[in-house]
Design a binder for this molecule. Sequence first.
Ligand code: SAM
Length: 287
Amino acid sequence: MNKPIATMARTNEILEKYDLYAKKNFGQNFIIEPGIVEKIARLSKADEHSAVIEIGPGIGALTEQLAHVAGQVLAFEIDDRLIDVLADTLSACLNVTVVHQDFLEADLNATVSQLKTTWDQVLVCANLPYYITTPILFKIFESKADIPVITVMMQKEVADRFTASVSTKDYNALSVIVQYQYQVQTVMKIPKTIFNPRPAVDSAVVQFTKKQPDRIAGDEALFFAMVKGCFKQRRKTLYNNFREYLQDKEEAMRLLNEAGLEPSLRAETMTLDQFLDLYEVTYETKS
Ligand code: SAM
């Protein structure tokens, strides 16, 4: 029986057999620590009734472990060199389908709806290509696809922004927008030593669990635009950013007063509830 793909010996054997090298422009860093991929697959919340979407299977290290815990794995890989390799390395995993496509081009809503006809839930689990971590996640967040849990590895600095609490240096518009929709948690810290080739930075596995929010914005796109406006220039006060966003000084001051927010505040000290207060007085009490 073959050793797991994520062992250093097996990874080197596969890379040599196919004369493969990691392509930097595709963000390729292969995990060479079987315990880590096993643990990520376990953390994904997948079971035999679930389908898992993986973005960037590489040579199949995590895919193989996901195939052990999930009913089906659908893996999107952009690099044409890897399609034949994956057919070989994952030949024993009959529940894996590899799609040769740029994930950013995929029709995610249709894919998830199709999978939901067979499986109880559809999850996402991946070691993401770091150069497009945010676009990939926002494609998922902004889709209407029913994906209750997303478990993904990313650069530690990016993880810190997603998980940042109010009044910390990493807290920004992205933290607020994501935490509005998801419970966000770092579930594993990953040293750079477990990759081939070794990246310059450490990584973390972040889990996004869909929330049933107590408060929702009627027009989410407008709420997100307002939050981005409030953070536009980090060193400026809330009043200065908000009046620029609204293009109306008096109205900005009036709305801040109505929401009970000090004009001298900075967005980085505002909680999600305070942003929702401001959104409500600005957009929802008008009629
Ligand atoms: N899952 C493997 C592992 O953990 O060892 C490889 C992860 S590697 C960090 C990222 C993978 O994403 C590579 O296989 C790369 O070719 C693939 N990739 C990069 N951009 C992509 C895109 N837009 N759509 C799908 N896959 C992509």
